[in-house]
Design a binder for this molecule. Sequence first.
Ligand code: CTP
Length: 409
Amino acid sequence: MRIVLGVGGGIAAYKVASLLRLFTEAGHQVTVIPTEAATRFVGVATWEALSGNPVSNSVFDDVEKVNHVRLGHEANLIVVAPATADLLAKAATGQAGDLLTNTLLMAHGPVLFAPAMHTEMWQHAATRANVATLRERGVAVLEPASGRLTGADSGPGRLPDPEEIFEAAMALVTGAGRERPLAGRTVTISAGGTREALDPVRFLGNRSSGKQGAALAAAALAAGAEVRFLAAHMDVEPPAGVELVRVESALELREAALKAAVDSDVVIMAAAVADFRPAEVSDTKIKKVDGEDAPVVHLVRNPDILRELVEQRDAGGAQQLIVGFAAETGDEQGDVLEHAAAKLKRKGCDLLVVNHVGVGRVFGQDENSVVILSGRGAEPEQASGSKAEVAAAVIVRVASELPLVSPAP
Ligand code: CTP
């Protein structure tokens, strides 16, 4: 097929040479269009040699071929990597100052952006709004990877691996990403870890980073859903394009979840909810007093939000798919799956996504491995890989269960 590979002006441009290789080795015809700035990182000669095609970003080269119209028209796929903040802004506002932006406006096939930039730029309200606009228009925008950036800093903003971009691009073309199986559906997703206050400065918390929940939200958005994102404490930013509700404690999450669920087609409880909270919250900072014993913290049970969501649904007679997450360890009473099967029954949800945890496993990591258990008797399904891949598998499974459920009013 014909692919246009737009290259933005970022240091990650050099990694895109490997992406180009993956495309050409898979037998595709690739036209590379680097921005002016991109050619300061990787020269035109590299792109011409690797693609076997002439390279320009000017609408005034080969004018008789009407490249500014033809390339976008003919491309079966357009991939932009690295998608800089500048390119995302230009695409979102429909600018057409060079060949690449003209080509994006003429796109007839799927378009994929693979962003790379500094964390602050990625998290800036302007960039988030641009990403949200592009996603609303059906353009696929990958989440950047997290890790070491160009300078000494690190955070989300790294270009996803060329293999990952390649897979996402192929999925778009084969339809996996284009079907938008959740179009017209509302999906509520909770993520992150709740914090239970002890006093104005201290809390009981947990190790949840919110990465899996954020990846689920990005996958649900890519599948066309409206996403309500209930974010407890997270180490990562929620993806752009969600309807965001910030919560702190389990009680706040309960209130937000029961409200958001009322007219949702799907509810996914990926948050790590504290089962207990301090019975009393001190209005003032708890002090240590010489000669006195250390204070004793009494805990009380938090409500089980997942179970209440199932009860609310059943009481209202609504058709709704409810998905729970379980972080399990095996012990002498049973293995991980036995515990998980018992939990699925106890909670009454439709699907339970089971993580096997231990110290240092799963929490905060980028890789994940889960089993999806069904309350409807289907065989357990395994999914593993990056949190984005696991999220995609969960969303595909959710979408496949949904025809049984009519859209929420
Ligand atoms: N959950 C919830 N409300 C709680 C605790 C958990 O809604 N008070 C949800 C979580 O969001 C998750 C699922 O229930 O989707 C499983 O959470 P987990 O903590 O693993 O299970 P517990 O109910 O705490 O069971 P146990 O402590 O017995 O393992």
